[in-house]
Design a protein around this ligand. Structure first.
Ligand SMILES: [Zn+2]
Ligand SMILES: [Zn+2]
Length: 251
């Protein structure tokens, strides 16, 4: 049997045994059909990533949190966090779950499109480097792909059409295997869970020095994973660190 016919019949058999339908309108053969993807709107406003309450321009730190940090003589590590869309609307939570736990990597492209729209809308500076939040090698082996890295690859190729940006997945390493943040309900425990789990390996001619970084993750909960990554990137010499996630999971 020619390969193409075999592969078509295999698809036919799979589609018959496990039909998929658009989660929103039930149209067949889509996890979400094009029309329903288009209905996913980006957030109309962003909040401060530190207090997660005050509305702020482009997800930057609010003046209240800035004054608190200054009073405590603490630097602000994360310059802004953009949350692209609502977690609980338009089947988004379900789509992200299918992407990560049913391993449907083709969802990276439409999900990243929502991130690109949100980034352009918020006028953040173009990054010198795009860095996905790393997985621990054990989880990477289990899943077979880093969901944040696939999104980052899409951003790298589509943020500035025709001019691919630079993606680096070797500048920040996850050294501790931790429980997924979403499984931990207590805020303080989440902060503790993520503390000191990353490190920046030393490289010749520090590639982070004076660079503007865009950190990419699929979802955030308290934002502590992105905050912790931003902290060590700044400590290693980065000039600005911005973050982008598809959505913030409600607690
Ligand atoms: Zn649909
Ligand atoms: Zn704030």
């Amino acid at each position: 049997m020619p390969l193409e016919i075999f592969s078509n019949s295999k698809k036919l058999i799979l589609d018959t045994l496990f039909p998929i339908n658009c989660l929103s309108c039930q149209k067949s053969n889509y996890w979400l059909c094009d029309d329903c993807w288009k209905k996913i709107a980006t957030l109309s406003s962003q909040v401060c990533p530190y207090c997660e309450k005050n509305i702020s321009t482009s997800g930057k730190i609010c003046s209240y949190c800035r004054s608190q940090l200054i009073a405590r003589n603490q630097p602000d590590f994360l310059d802004a966090l953009i949350v692209a869309t609502h977690y609980s609307k338009n089947n988004l939570a379900r789509l992200i779950h299918i992407y990560k736990y049913n391993f449907i990597t083709e969802l990276a492209s439409p999900l990243a499109k929502i991130m690109v729209t949100a980034l352009l809308k918020n006028h953040l500076p173009l990054p010198d480097l795009i860095i996905p939040i790393p997985l621990h090698p054990r989880r990477l082996r289990w899943r077979g792909f880093n969901q944040a890295e696939l999104l980052a690859k899409e951003l790298k190729n589509t943020l500035l059409p025709g001019f691919p940006l630079i993606l680096r997945n070797d500048l920040i390493i996850r050294k501790k295997y931790t429980s997924p943040q979403m499984k931990i309900k207590n805020y303080a425990q989440r902060k503790q869970n993520i503390k000191n789990i990353f490190f920046v390996p030393s490289k010749k001619n520090n590639p982070l020095q004076n660079k503007t970084i865009l950190l990419v993750d699929d979802i955030c909960t308290t934002g502590s994973t992105i905050m912790e990554s931003a902290k060590i990137l700044k400590q290693a010499g980065a000039k600005k660190v911005f973050g982008i996630v598809i959505a913030r999971q409600e607690q």
